[in-house]
Design a protein around this ligand. Structure first.
Ligand code: XIL
Length: 342
């Protein structure tokens, strides 16, 4: 079977996947075959986050990022770096910084060291990840607390100086929703006005069967593209499971592990939900194709259902079905529906 996602969408946009350490080691040969067959872009799922790559002050660990980049080069893939400045999976020593001078020095060292190391090899970067609250205001973080909103401008300037040719992205979730989108647009305008180079916006696209609506996604593609930005869908997956914060009156901190209500399909996905997922993927990709001139990349957050982070988030130990390949690496009906559009 010569047909694949990457070949079918070759003229439209990159089709990517997130990879973690065991995948770049090629330990599972069936999975490795699938990655090479279907995808032409890769994002590091975890290995380039500061807690792993810069765990101690002045000490970088490039063991796995080197392997990740080599894997992408070997297979002629588009390589995306994720992520330079993020409040989460943050090296503990960075979280402790209180002083603005020290934070400025850290940002300069961190961004310059990493981006220049892979200059000309990593094609694009998530320079800043998840800096916004749902209402579009700036999220409190050690970066905002020590440097104010100047940290955003500095981050993009430093990355551009380290590799002028790499595409620089701001990446977030729910940034297709109107309030957050509005905040995102204002923030990007400020960064640009202050001389920061920003080439694109990443919409993570951790979506659900029923939201966001196709209309809201389309408005976002148009709004971001109107700023002259490339639009990338950077972490696409579609959960089919209930989320604790949807339960009226439920305490979201309650321990739902092992709850049958929260893990309704431990063995297999019922046909009716499979149909919904298939239709959802088809309508999303139909929209992507409509705006292919504005979209640079569509990356799935994982290769197959068996290793998706959504089996463990926001509740551990569930069985989710968010991707195009099932846990046995077989293409799902959703995969066929995405291919059929071409
Ligand atoms: C997730 C990974 O998939 C998990 O393996 C890890 O435990 C937590 O982080 N937004 C992001 C990604 O930008 O880096 C996150 O990845 C998912 C949410």
């Amino acid at each position: 079977n010569a047909i694949s996602l990457k070949d079918s969408y070759k003229k439209d946009f990159y089709i990517g996947t997130a990879l973690d350490t065991n995948q770049i080691a090629g330990k599972n040969s069936k999975e490795d075959f699938l990655i090479k067959k279907e995808f032409n872009a890769i994002t590091a799922e975890n290995i380039m986050k500061s807690m792993y790559m810069h765990p101690v002050k002045g000490k970088y660990d490039f063991t796995f990022s080197d392997k990740f980049v080599a894997y992408g080069e070997k297979h002629k893939m588009f390589i995306h770096g994720h992520t330079l400045i993020w409040h989460s999976q943050l090296a503990p020593w960075i979280a402790e910084i209180k002083d603005s001078t020290e934070m400025k020095a850290l940002m300069k060292d961190h961004i310059t060291t990493i981006v220049s190391k892979y200059k000309g090899r990593i094609n694009s970067w998530d320079v800043v990840n998840e800096a916004l609250n749902e209402d579009g205001t700036l999220r409190k973080s050690v970066f905002l607390n020590t440097l104010g909103e100047q940290y955003l401008i500095d981050a993009f300037k430093l990355a551009a100086a380290a590799d002028p040719k790499a595409d620089l992205y701001y990446n977030d979730y729910n940034n297709e929703e109107p309030a957050k989108r509005e905040g995102n647009i204002n923030m990007i305008k400020k960064i640009k006005a202050a001389g920061g180079k920003i080439d694109g916006v990443g919409i993570q696209a951790h979506w659900r069967l029923d939201s966001p609506s196709i209309e809201v996604i389309e408005e976002s593609i148009l709004a971001y593209a109107a700023l002259g930005l490339k639009v990338a869908f950077t972490e696409l997956d579609i959960t089919v499971l209930p989320n604790p914060w949807d339960l009226k009156g439920a305490d979201v901190n309650q321990n739902f592990e092992g709850s049958a209500q929260m893990n309704p399909y431990p063995e297999q996905l019922p046909e009716s939900v499979q149909v919904k997922l298939t239709e959802r993927y088809a309508s999303i990709f139909k929209l992507f194709l409509k705006h292919k001139d504005k979209i640079s990349r569509v990356t799935f957050w994982g290769v197959h259902d068996g290793q998706s982070w959504l089996n463990n988030w926001p509740i551990k130990g569930r069985t989710n079905y968010p991707l195009l390949f099932d846990k046995d690496l077989k293409p799902k009906k959703a995969y066929q529906s995405v291919l059929k559009l071409k």
